[in-house]
Design a binder for this molecule. Structure first.
Ligand SMILES: N=C(N)NCCCC[C@H](N)C(=O)O
Ligand SMILES: O=C(O)CCC(=O)C(=O)O
Ligand SMILES: [Fe+2]
Length: 361
């Protein structure tokens, strides 16, 4: 259960590449990443005893606290180049400033496997149109790959021709965040290893049939500034994205450096700003991790309101379970939570598809 937190904890993850586990943390110290003394704390992630390493222990403790208290944390020192992180937002911003007809060239529909462009107000949260536009992307699903389960999302992504670097920037971004490439390959996986230890499990609890072949989702999102949206009188609210939880395992949000807009709900019902901290990803826990942890960690409600006059862009990356993963409370989590399943078993792909279908009516 989320606590009465007033700010989102900062976790410092240093990715030294290869098989080295990058966990170390020092909460609330934004300069921690620059501290040259951190390297001795680095620990081996392929070592089954990594949980005994003092440096790892320290980070794991911070992760545990952050996941219990907020379900949200900032990750700094993640190793993804700042230039790429910014580029991903910049090309997104350029695309959304194209004329509507141009954007319609990559329009999302049932026929595209729900991949592509959606206009402002097309995504619906709790019955209200969201004041954002977006490009939705999913890991490729080949015809028949998951039988009926994957049918709705079958297809490949739709990339704009303009700007011409769009495709290559996004492909690199996805590769680095999912972990396909070179020395940065383990960012999301390593955060999940830290979370597995934080729960009291083995490092690879979220490998194999659970998330060893992780699905991914990416949303490139644009939120009009206050004055822009005032013109569209038929839209009832000015909430950029209504209160929701994320669906899978772990979300990494690359948000605009300047505009505070993302808000996270604490136990008292207050909305706490996840203010932008340049150089960080805002991470949060999804519904599947809530089930696997039997509620030790929860997927926290969050929403987006852009009250600034400026257009805001974010790139939300969702690191997910295997598409066909069967998700039910892990035995050791159950033991810690009274021995009873608090949630029904789910299949990740089914949960995702149900959400996608209801998001677009
Ligand atoms: N993949 C994610 N998290 N998408 C969030 C989209 C916005 C919330 C959605 N309409 C809903 O009601 O869930
Ligand atoms: O734009 C953001 O900061 C967050 C977006 C979000 O919560 C989502 O797409 O699930
Ligand atoms: Fe979200």
């Amino acid at each position: 259960m989320a606590s009465d937190f007033k700010s989102i904890p900062i976790i410092v993850v240093i990715d030294f590449g290869s098989d080295i586990s990058p966990f170390l943390a020092k909460s609330n110290d934004p300069n921690m990443g620059e501290d040259p003394d951190i390297s001795p704390l680095l620990a081996k992630s392929n070592d089954p005893n990594m949980g005994e390493d003092p440096g790892v222990c320290q980070v794991v403790k911070q992760l545990d606290q952050a996941c219990k208290e907020a379900g949200f944390f900032y990750v700094k020192g993640h190793g993804i180049p700042d230039s790429l992180v910014k580029n991903a937002r910049d090309v997104t911003n350029l695309f959304f400033h194209h004329p509507y007809e141009e954007k319609l060239k990559i329009k999302m529909s049932e026929a595209t496997g729900f991949r592509g462009y959606q206009r402002i107000g097309e995504n619906v949260t709790k019955g209200k149109p969201d004041i954002h536009e977006a490009i939705d992307c999913y890991k490729e699903v080949m015809p028949g790959m998951y039988g009926d389960l994957g049918k709705a999302l079958e297809g490949s992504n739709k990339w704009p021709d303009n700007p011409s670097s769009f495709n290559s920037v996004m492909e690199e971004y996805i590769n680095l965040l999912t972990g396909m490439v070179s020395r940065l390959r383990y960012l999301s996986r390593n955060i999940m290893r830290g979370i597995a230890l934080a729960l009291g499990g083995l490092p690879d609890e979220f490998g194999g049939e659970r998330a060893g072949d992780p699905f991914w989702v990416m949303r490139l999102i644009g939120y009009p500034g206050v004055s822009d949206s005032k013109g569209s009188a038929m839209l009832e609210n000015d909430i950029g994205c209504g209160a929701h939880t994320d669906y899978g395992l772990l979300t990494l949000v690359n948000q605009d450096d300047e505009i505070p807009a993302l808000q996270v709900k604490n136990r008292s019902g207050e909305w706490i700003w996840a203010v932008p901290i340049p150089g960080t990803f805002v991470c949060n826990i999804g519904d599947m991790l809530k089930i696997w942890s039997n509620g030790l960690y929860e997927s926290t409600l969050h929403q987006v309101i852009n009250n600034s006059p400026k257009y805001r862009v974010s790139v939300a990356f969702f690191y997910e379970p295997n598409f066909d993963a069967v998700v039910k409370p892990l035995e050791f989590c159950k033991q810690k939570t009274g021995g009873i399943d608090k949630f029904e078993r789910a299949i990740y792909g089914e949960h995702l598809v149900r959400k996608v279908l209801t998001n677009f009516g």
